[in-house]
Ligand binder design. Structure first.
Ligand SMILES: *[C@@H]1O[C@H](CO)[C@@H](O)[C@H](O)[C@H]1NC(C)=O
Length: 212
């Protein structure tokens, strides 16, 4: 008997397989990290709880030194944002990224377009600070937001770079898409993996005296 002669049974079985949690095979994703707008690596079976693949291209500046990097990894789907994110902590410290999250085997094998990097100031300002090894940071200085950045973020937690893991706290400007990130999330960037204990996100005020 061909399966197509019993479509009812076939569909029922398929529905059960898709709805019973934990019965599916674990996901496999391509994993790699490298400089430049794409990377390629081996296929890996994701550990439990990592139910999505991501491909992320980031462009960042640290104290004025710029770099482009790509990450392909297994992630938790609920922590993964598909699209453009821009954060600016100071004129010389910023990060823009474009990412694609997906949930089928090997779905992150392609590449994504590099993020646009619009450094034109948009008139908004946010408290700013970068504090490695700290749990909080004061934000007594200000930073001018650029491009589509309309929100102020205050992120703190741990950051992992290779085997090096340390606390950090930072404030600055961000696109509204950064508000998707919630406390408790494990968020990859092109170079680091962030574990966020704090992820505040508020609309950025205009400087005093400026009409909206
Ligand atoms: C860059 O950002 C500025 C400020 O938000 C905006 O006016 C301009 O249209 C943007 N340019 C592009 C190419 O998106």
């Amino acid at each position: 008997m061909r399966p197509s002669t019993r479509p009812g049974h076939f569909l029922l079985a398929l529905t059960l397989l898709c709805t019973l949690p934990g019965l599916g095979r674990p996901l496999t994703c391509e994993v790699c990290k490298g400089s430049g707008p794409t990377c390629s690596g081996r296929m890996k079976t994701c550990e439990a709880g990592k139910d999505a693949c991501v491909v992320l291209v980031g462009e960042s500046s640290t104290k004025g030194s710029q770099s482009v990097g790509t990450l392909k990894a297994c992630v938790k789907f609920s922590d993964c944002y598909s699209g453009f994110v821009s954060t600016t902590m100071s004129r010389d410290d910023y990060m823009v990224s474009n990412a694609h999250c997906c949930q089928t085997d090997g779905c992150n094998q392609g590449s994504v377009p590099p993020p646009q990097n619009n450094r034109t100031e948009n008139g908004r300002m946010c408290p700013s600070c970068i504090a490695p090894f700290q749990e909080t940071c004061p934000g007594t200085r200000g930073v001018r937001c650029v491009g589509q950045e309309t929100h102020c973020i205050y992120f703190a937690g741990n950051v992992q770079a290779g085997i090096f893991n340390t606390k950090f706290a930072t404030r600055g400007c961000a696109t509204e898409s950064a508000c998707y990130t919630k406390a408790g999330a494990e968020v990859p960037s092109a170079s680091y993996l962030y574990f966020l204990r704090r992820a505040d996100c508020l609309p950025a005020p205009w400087p005093p005296g400026r009409a909206e």
